[in-house]
Design a protein around this ligand. Structure first.
Ligand SMILES: Cc1cc2nc3c(=O)[nH]c(=O)nc-3n(C[C@H](O)[C@H](O)[C@H](O)COP(=O)(O)OP(=O)(O)OC[C@H]3O[C@@H](n4cnc5c(N)ncnc54)[C@H](O)[C@@H]3O)c2cc1C
Ligand code: FES
Length: 260
């Protein structure tokens, strides 16, 4: 496969969803044509003191319009600078990167997202719904600021968990799954590592297949620097140790493949 190159693309939409959360759409036909749910783009800043790209998951793909949507939270200076861009500006991006979620023959799929792990699950929920599958979305938030929840309702049965109990089940996504007695053929999840650990344990005990999307600090984003490894069950043929590169071998793994 030809090596991917950085390209400068137009931003066609930038909206603030709430507090520090932004919703950005870029236009690049070839990238949108190749993209799948669970992959990410590396975003480059025009700030020469910050050369490393910022990896952001794909939240939505419109193949007809040739656009890719990403939803991100301001975490530091890089994402703050990106949040200052507006429709009509441009940004350098590389992608789509990573593997994306694996196709299955499920009839019932459960997508589980926590915090800023929720956006990539929306693109996946839309895809699974379009394939005619029943989709259950379990979304974990801190409080009543439930960004993207309304959009999930268009394609899924939505169950919300909030840490402060202001909406839905009080507690985390596993509390919500147990409270509602939810099950599925496959669970797909993205969120903080403690949550993914809980999802993996739940899926194992319930005998449900489980795909998780991992996040780790990244540098190159293309598999060259080993900054992003996680511990894996099998040896990686690249480094011959029990490691997987999240940017290249992932970010999506079957839960039993990796140690959390
Ligand atoms: C595969 C993947 C998908 C992601 N998808 C999203 C998303 O959809 N929405 C979202 O809000 N965030 C997402 N993140 C996290 C996002 O990449 C970081 O919040 C962002 O890079 C922080 O950059 P910063 O300059 O604002 O913060 P700083 O802390 O100033 O960043 C300093 C350096 O560390 C790196 N870094 C810091 N935190 C992370 C992190 N969590 N992951 C990777 N690199 C990091 C930065 O890229 C930068 O090089 C994702 C991370 C990964 C690995
Ligand atoms: S970030 Fe360099 S190998 Fe993954």
């Amino acid at each position: 496969m030809a090596e991917k190159k950085k390209v400068r693309v137009p931003i066609i939409r930038m909206e603030q969803l709430e507090d520090a959360i932004y919703d950005m759409t870029i236009e690049e036909k070839e990238m949108a044509a190749a993209a799948k749910a669970g992959q990410f783009l590396s975003l480059y800043l025009d700030d020469e003191s910050r050369l490393l790209p910022r990896p952001i998951s794909i939240c939505g793909i419109d193949k007809e319009a040739g656009t890719i949507r990403m939803v991100f939270r301001i975490a530091g200076e890089g994402t703050r600078q990106i949040s200052c861009l507006k429709a009509g500006d441009s940004i350098e991006v590389l992608g789509p990167l990573g593997n994306g979620f694996f196709d299955t023959e499920d009839k019932v799929s459960m997508v589980i997202g926590g915090g800023i792990g929720i956006p990539p699950m929306l693109g996946l929920a839309k895809k699974l719904h379009a394939e005619g599958k029943k989709v259950i979305a379990v979304l974990g938030y801190r409080d009543a600021k439930n960004f993207l929840a309304k959009e999930f309702e268009e394609v899924a049965e939505v169950v919300i968990a909030t840490e402060d109990g202001s909406v839905g089940v009080k507690g985390n996504v596993i509390d919500a799954i147990k409270a509602k007695g939810l099950t599925a053929d496959t669970v797909y999840s993205c969120g903080p590592t403690p949550m993914l650990r809980g999802v993996k344990a739940f899926a194992e005990s319930a005998g449900i297949a489980c795909q998780i999307s991992l996040e780790e600090k990244m540098a190159c984003g293309i598999g060259a620097c080993l900054a992003c490894v996680c511990k894996s069950k099998d040896k990686d043929h690249h480094s011959n140790v029990n490691n997987k590169r999240i940017c290249k071998d992932g970010p999506v793994f079957f839960a039993q493949e990796v140690e959390l």
